[in-house]
Design a protein around this ligand. Sequence first.
Ligand SMILES: *Cc1c(COP(=O)(O)O)cnc(C)c1O
Length: 473
Amino acid sequence: MKYISTRGQTAPMDFSDVLLMGLAPDGGLMLPEHYPNIDSATLTEWRALSYPQLAMAIMQRFATDIPAADLQDIIERTYTADIFGSDEIVPVRKLEDDLYVLGLSNGPTLAFKDVAMQFLGNAFEYVLKRKDACITIIGATSGDTGSAAEYALRGKENIEVFMLSPHGKMSEFQRAQMYSLTDDNIHNIAIDGMFDDCQDIVKALQQDAEFKAAYNLGTVNSINWGRILAQIVYYFKAYFAVTTSNDEKVSFSVPSGNFGNICAGHIAREMGLPVERLIVATNENDVLNDFFNQGAYQPRPTAKTYITSSPSMDISKASNFERFVYLLLDKDSARVHELFEGVKSGQGFDLSDLMQAVNSRYGFAAGKSTHSDRLQTIKTLYEQYGELVDPHTADGIKVAKELQQEGEVIICAETALPVKFADTIVEAIGQIEIARPAHTEGLESLPQHVVVLDNDAELVAEQIRQQVTPNPT
Ligand SMILES: *Cc1c(COP(=O)(O)O)cnc(C)c1O
């Protein structure tokens, strides 16, 4: 299987090269040349597989340049009960007769990003060893991504991680999670500024070609193909958990920001998984809600990106969205290039003439949830079912219930655990004891390791120079 760019100007590449990439050299996103088709007989066989077996069956169709035994080893080391809390890895629980919750947040950092990032950490290490190469990962985080990356890459050989976060802006739990790590290859840097300042520093360093080459700078952001691939697996797993025959269809409701999670659901559907609808749930930052209802995509300027109580969905543009638009436009990469170059300079685009395809052919629907919606949903679920969900998951459930059609079975993705966002839980239902996994007991009282720097890319570069040996020139 070869990988190509949505912009059409990058020579086809192998999986293991794409794995270490961010944007394609032509500015697009990397995609497999085609999505494999899974027939009903294969689906039936897959019903009986364990999570790692299913991951293997799916991933080996995409990661064709990694020997099967090696891929299997990576997968078996990744998807264990030890790391994800149970052999099921992503347990499904029933809320109502036709409403389920897919538990994606039982990994080390209690957010769905672990499912992909834990795989990526092991796959990175493997590919780097094979190439005899090192990499310096720099990233910016407002919370969930940074911690998931650090827990996936801690202690890995040939990988150094410099993670920038806005000083004093993350939740107490998120800070403790990241800053309490003691691994030599993990470097936490708090920037006196906002998340966007952190992201600008990362961009500035990535654009310094000489610096980038000297330190082999890489990223693990949400456009990484390996992350999307790992996420495809749980859509299959969830489908098998709530159906008994391939004649049944289910829908998914997914709290969305960068369109990474639901993009994996879209690909699963393209592969032949019997998915009725893919419901995009947004918060007040509703660019995707607008697109999937009206067909107009209008990215927000950063200054108009709201800070909400589901902060991991506070995005101004959805970085994975281009993967879907590419398919929607029948792989017209010249058109994709034109539209997304426009997006880069703040312009939107209008594809309302294609809404029929968006909704029917591709099954997308969307809804929006606000602060009061999420508080109400958290409270109602707690009172009715004794179910505690985090604010992002609440957005997904709110939208699912609002859009649910007669006879439609909806699986709602649980994208984080409530203990990560305790303030909002308390605001919704008052002071209660929020359950937390044993491995996070006492986390907040551990010593924290973080360097606080002024908002200046040069200061970050200096940290990297001090701690990483550059390539010989
Ligand atoms: C990252 C994240 C999201 C958004 O996922 P995308 O793949 O960016 O759409 C939703 N909820 C939580 C808790 C997250 O961490």
